[in-house]
Write a protein that binds this ligand. Structure first.
Ligand code: NAD
Length: 292
């Protein structure tokens, strides 16, 4: 029996996508424009192919057009740069993403920098990361944005709370910490970022009223690492040998101690795609009606 409230990310993502689809219908009839998502998929890694398929399905269901550019695993840096340039120049496309990870021979950083910042659907471009760091966010990385949306919609108070983010990656941990410390709803927290060089990880985690775990280590966080009554957000996703999924948190243990927790699957994952569509729509609105 779990004591914690289960934070239903899947249900919220469905509602957010339905809200967005309604908004898109109205916007399309007002402007005559369909929001467009462009995705570059390099190679045939099965997990990436599934992610891209899900993004396409979600985009189509929300009334977007989409272009998937599929490139061979052997594609060169220049060929991918050219594909990005084409999407950058395509006026039917408002949000662009390059599905990560890219094959090893490619320089991901420089390819992500090639995407126009105002079409940067994943929010990874240095301009968008910089705006987030300065407290004037524009396009924000989708996974942390989804976590903030969940915290707000579930009425989890962050203001003045101790938040600990476990993980310092550019796509999750770092932007998550920036959002939690930003002024306003879902922010105003006192934030600690823990990582591989941190000492006494369990002790640091136990300080958290809100613990966001994005370490990429299956079931790393145990029940004893959690302060009784804390809110636990598990970003991790892993497939066990038996085919079932788990997160970075030991859900069975943690749900006995936390007051609320996201499950895996059905927690943070579905929100990421909903936020990708939101970012693309926000980009479309700015590109099509810049003076709005
Ligand atoms: P990453 O590997 O890039 O970063 C992991 C971070 O955790 C690093 O900063 C590292 O310092 C820290 N870390 C790792 N092991 C640690 C340990 N033992 N002790 C302390 N710190 C440790 O991973 P990421 O891209 O940030 O993703 C994290 C997890 O979230 C992964 O499981 C990934 O699959 C998942 N993810 C899920 C979604 C989603 O939509 N649900 C999106 C992105 C990532």
């Amino acid at each position: 029996m779990s004591a914690a409230r289960i934070l239903d990310g899947k249900g919220l993502a469905d509602r957010l996508r339905a809200e967005l689809a309604d908004e898109v219908v109205r916007w399309r009839s007002a402007t005559g424009v369909m929001p467009g998502l462009g995705v570059i998929l390099v190679g045939s890694e099965p997990a990436s192919a599934v992610y891209v398929r899900n993004k396409r399905k979600a985009a189509q269901a929300a009334g977007f057009s989409d272009i998937i550019v599929e490139m061979k695993a052997t594609a060169t840096q220049d060929e991918i740069a050219e594909a990005i340039d084409q999407l950058n120049d395509d006026h039917t496309i408002h949000g662009i993403l390059v599905q990560l990870p890219l094959p090893r021979h490619l320089d991901s950083e420089s390819l992500l920098r090639r995407i126009r910042p105002d079409k940067d659907a994943d929010g990874f471009h240095p301009v968008n990361m910089g705006l987030l760091a300065l407290g004037t966010p524009s396009l924000v990385p989708c996974t942390p944005l989804g976590v903030r949306e969940l915290l707000i919609r579930e009425k989890i108070e962050t203001k003045g709370k101790r938040a600990v983010v476990l993980g310092r990656s550019n796509i999750v941990g770092k932007p998550m910490a920036l959002l939690l410390m930003a002024k306003g709803p879902g922010g105003d927290a006192t934030v600690t970022v823990a990582h591989t060089a941190s000492q006494d990880l369990p002790g640091l985690c136990r300080e958290a009223d809100i613990l966001v775990v994005a370490a990429g280590q299956p079931e790393l966080v145990k029940g004893s690492w959690i302060k009784p009554g804390a809110v636990v957000i598990d970003v991790g996703i892993h497939r066990r040998a038996d085919g079932t999924l788990c997160g970075d948190v030991d859900f069975v243990e943690a749900s006995q101690v936390a007051s609320a927790i996201t499950p895996v699957p059905g927690g943070v994952g579905p929100l990421t795609v909903a936020m990708l569509l939101r970012n693309t729509f926000e980009a479309a609105k700015k590109l099509v009606e810049p003076n709005r």
